[in-house]
Design a protein around this ligand. Structure first.
Ligand code: SAM
Length: 309
């Protein structure tokens, strides 16, 4: 299957497309990198998103991830998922803060969504409010449980680890995750020019070395996920913890197979850069041919370069 996917200039196949549907969010997380996006109010229609996915499919993309902002703020989110699902991708997933998931989980599953990652950095109400500036912890937890109940699988929890904020909560979070057959993903804090507090990552970055050491000591098995940025997955007492370490990590970049789309319809070759975007949506709005749109997509792929070499 991989042989049919287009490769970039560094022999990395393009297997997944991450579409950021909107910049809008109902939380205001103090560390948020906003998916590395330059803010814009323009958003794509379900038909435009469908067209983008159709070209991606033709070029060998296997997986679609829907993200934001908060994707569940899009009123037409179920229609968007349905249209993408009609293209028969191997995997359609969503990253969400979960606060509206209880309401949407069943419809999303029925529309063809395979799985969700729910961002939840803490189970403590005060810490949740400190991080997100909102009192939606119950809603987020209910959203997670509903996703499990309707059969979105696997459900993953994205937990960004922050020094002196939540690094002591990993055990508690793993216990919660394991109880509900959820995979826990520990994410290293990335420095972000989009983050409102520019000293934040300096003050709160937590090196995951000690956590990885502890996990490897107790894990019954460890897998490295090729094409998924070389992420390590630790199997512990019938539970799973995955580690996402993008900072100064050449292995992460060497194994990156992901292209991104911004909410205003530009191709974004790398999470960590905004100086090599490729305009796409105006070409779709001008009704250009599929062949021409494919060429623009290939230009986006051609612009891919490992951020950490
Ligand atoms: N609103 C959705 C959510 O909360 O999952 C999707 C958008 S959010 C930007 C996507 C993911 O990026 C979340 O899992 C979040 O934790 C992660 N993220 C945001 N800022 C980050 C940072 N500075 N470092 C590491 N991960 C970050």
């Amino acid at each position: 299957m991989i042989e049919t996917s287009v490769k970039d200039n560094y022999e990395r196949p393009i297997l997944s497309l991450r579409i950021t549907l909107t910049n809008r969010c109902n939380l205001n997380c103090l560390y948020c990198h906003h998916d590395g996006m330059v803010r814009s109010d323009d958003e794509m229609t379900p038909d435009e998103i469908y067209t983008i996915c159709k070209i991606a499919k033709k070029l060998g993309v296997k997986k679609i991830r829907i993200s934001g902002g908060e994707p569940l703020l899009k009123k037409d989110i179920v229609e968007i998922v349905r249209k993408i699902a009609s293209l028969n991708f191997k995997d359609i997933s969503m990253t969400t803060n979960g606060t509206l998931l209880e309401k949407y989980a069943k419809d999303l599953k029925d529309a063809g969504l395979d799985r969700v990652n729910v961002s939840l950095d803490t189970l403590d109400r005060k810490t949740y409010e400190h991080i997100t500036k909102k009192d939606y912890l119950t809603e987020a937890k209910n959203g997670i449980l509903k996703a499990v109940e309707v059969g979105l699988y696997p459900v993953k929890i994205n937990m960004v680890i922050m020094k002196d904020i939540n690094q002591n909560e990993i055990k508690k979070m793993f216990k919660f995750a394991k109880k509900h057959d959820i995979v826990l993903q520990l994410i290293e804090l990335i420095e972000s020019e989009n983050c409102d507090d520019d000293k934040f990552s300096e003050d709160y970055h937590y090196n995951l070395d000690s956590i990885e050491k502890e996990l490897s000591d107790i894990a019954s098995d460890v897998h490295e996920r090729k094409f998924m940025q070389g992420r390590k997955k630790y199997y512990i007492n019938d539970g799973e913890i995955e580690i996402v370490r993008p900072v100064d990590n050449s292995k992460f970049c060497a194994n990156c197979s992901r292209l991104r789309i911004t909410p205003d319809g530009k191709i974004k070759p790398c999470l960590l850069r905004n100086d090599n975007l490729v305009e796409l949506i105006s070409h779709i709005r001008n009704n250009e041919s599929e062949k021409d749109l494919e060429k623009i997509f290939l230009q986006g792929i051609n612009n891919r370069e490992p951020f950490n070499k």
